[in-house]
Write a protein that binds this ligand. Structure first.
Ligand SMILES: C[S@@+](CC[C@H](N)C(=O)[O-])C[C@H]1O[C@@H](n2cnc3c(N)ncnc32)[C@H](O)[C@@H]1O
Length: 214
């Protein structure tokens, strides 16, 4: 794994992942059904290049490996998170590519320029609050995604909690995401999901699937 990060980074997330079991995290999903359902609608081949952006220790990776996907790339700001995910996967970890990078100021991910069939983000974009961070994320997305590729983005929806992991977040509707992504992306479908946290609390997620124009 490339851990050559510079800059302003990941103490909050490293601490969270070092201190807590994955199953107790406020975003843990044993089976990410909404994401898997929307991903199925992309009709991607098993060889598709899929970036799990801000992967943390998501169980999505286990499910995608079970389904036979061979082009998975797990990226996160937190090396601690990715190491925990690698430990859980055991020998299956070698089937993925691993990248420690900041999606809002990406460097290492530049190696995948124009190669991604799918950019998948659940609960990452909503932490980016400044115009510079949001613009940096959008630049990375546009640089890495193929024409005709998909972006599947899940964020807290309007009216739900205003913080996640103790940090302030920005809420998005599917229309907000569509406006922000701009005319080169078409909103294919979207869903509202009521997610139940391990603590029993509930959060509304906007899941939106976009296709980039050819
Ligand atoms: C709430 S967790 C969600 C994790 C995972 N997507 C899931 O659904 O389980 C947010 C994740 O985003 C990562 N993250 C936060 N800001 C990031 C950034 N600027 N670049 C890359 N990863 C980031 C954190 O380290 C953390 O793993």
């Amino acid at each position: 794994m490339n851990t050559a990060l510079d800059g302003n980074h990941p103490t909050h997330w490293d601490r969270v992942y070092a201190e807590k079991d994955s199953e107790s995290l406020g975003w843990y999903e044993p089976s990410p059904q909404t994401t898997l359902e929307l991903l199925r609608q992309c009709h991607l081949p098993h060889s598709a290049q899929i970036l799990i952006a801000g992967a943390g220790t998501t169980t999505l990776v286990d499910h995608l490996l079970d389904l036979g996907y061979t082009g998975l790339i797990a990226a996160d700001l937190s090396a601690v998170a990715l190491e925990k995910l690698q430990q859980r996967l055991g020998e299956r970890a070698s089937r993925l590519q691993w990248v420690v990078d900041d999606l809002s100021a990406s460097k290492q991910l530049g190696a995948y320029q124009g190669q991604l069939d799918l950019w998948q983000d659940r609960a990452v974009l909503h932490f980016l609050l400044t115009d510079a961070e949001r613009e940096g994320y959008l630049q990375s997305l546009k640089k890495l995604l193929k024409p005709g590729g998909f972006a599947l983005i899940a964020c807290f929806a309007p009216g739900t909690a205003e913080r996640c992991s103790g940090l302030p977040i920005r809420q998005y509707s599917a229309a907000d995401l569509a406006e922000w992504l701009g005319p080169s992306f078409e909103l294919t479908t979207h869903q509202l999901q009521t997610y139940t946290m391990p603590s029993g609390g509930q959060r509304e997620f906007t899941h939106a699937l976009f296709k980039r124009h050819e």
